[in-house]
Design a protein around this ligand. Structure first.
Ligand code: GRF
Length: 205
C-alpha cells in the first residue's frame, strides 16, 4: 500500500524540550524540507519546545491532558489537527499514548521518533537501558505509530556506536544528533509518497 499524504502540512505534538521540533522547523526554514508546520500542539503549556514554537510565530494550541479521559483529549487534538488541515502528525517528544480515536483519524499518518534501535529498548529512559545492558550499538528509529508501544512499521533508523567511556548523557547527545537528521528525512520520504507498506515493512520506492 502506497502512503501518500494529501498535502505537506504537518501537525507537531510535543510535551518537552522540543529539539526535534526545532530541527524540523530549521530544515523547513532553510528550504531543505518541503513542508509547512500548520500547528504545534502541546499538553504542557510551559514546555520549552512550546515556548520556542510561539517565539517562531507558529500557530500553537495548548490542550490540557491532566485529569481527563484519554479519548476526550485525543478528540480535541484531532479536531485541531483537522481544523488546521494537517495530513501528517509528527510526535516530537509527546509524552502521551494515543487512543484509537486518534489512530483511526490518521491511519499511517502519525510518525514518532524513538532514541533506540527498535525493537530493542521500547519505552522510556532507553539510552540508559542500552548502556547498562552493554549494547555495543544503539541509535534511533522513526516509525509509523500504531496501537503498540513503539512498535509501528519502521521508516528509518540510524546506528550510533556505544563507547566504553559513554555516560547516558554523552550517548543521548550523539543519538539526538542523528534523530535531528533522520526525522526530517523520514518526513520527506512520507510526504513525497515514496513509502510503501508491505505487511509491516516500509519499502522506499
Ligand atoms: C527524543 O529523544 C525522542 O527520541 C523521544 O523524546 C525525546 C524528545 O526530545 N521520543 P526533544 O523534545 O525533541 O528534544
Amino acid at each position: 500500500m502506497r502512503i501518500q499524504p494529501a498535502n505537506r502540512r504537518l501537525g507537531i505534538l510535543l510535551s518537552g524540550r522540543g529539539s526535534n521540533f526545532e530541527a524540523i522547523a530549521d530544515r523547513i526554514a532553510s528550504g531543505k524540507l518541503n513542508a509547512e508546520i500548520a500547528v504545534v500542539i502541546s499538553n504542557i503549556e510551559s514546555a520549552p519546545g512550546f515556548e520556542r514554537a510561539r517565539a517562531r510565530g507558529l500557530t500553537t494550541v495548548y490542550i490540557p491532558s491532566q485529569r481527563r479521559p484519554r479519548e476526550e483529549f485525543d478528540r480535541e487534538v484531532v479536531e485541531q489537527l483537522r481544523k488546521h488541515n494537517v495530513s501528517l502528525v509528527v510526535l516530537a517528544g509527546f509524552m502521551r499514548l494515543l487512543s484509537r480515536v486518534f489512530l483511526e483519524a490518521f491511519p499511517y499518518g502519525i510518525l514518532n521518533i524513538h532514541p533506540a534501535l527498535l525493537p530493542a529498548f521500547p519505552g522510556m529512559d532507553v539510552q540508559r537501558q542500552a548502556l547498562e545492558y552493554g549494547a555495543k550499538f544503539s541509535g534511533c528509529t522513526v516509525h509509523f505509530v500504531d496501537d503498540t508501544l513503539d512498535g509501528g512499521p519502521i521508516i528509518l533508523q540510524a546506528v550510533v556506536p556505544v563507547r566504553d567511556d559513554d555516560t547516558t548523557e554523552t550517548l543521548s547527545a550523539r543519538i539526538l544528533k542523528e534523530e535531528h537528521r533522520i526525522y526530517s528525512e523520514a518526513i520527506d520520504l512520507v510526504l513525497s509518497g515514496h513509502c510503501e507498506i508491505e505487511s509491516r515493512r516500509v519499502l522506499v520506492k
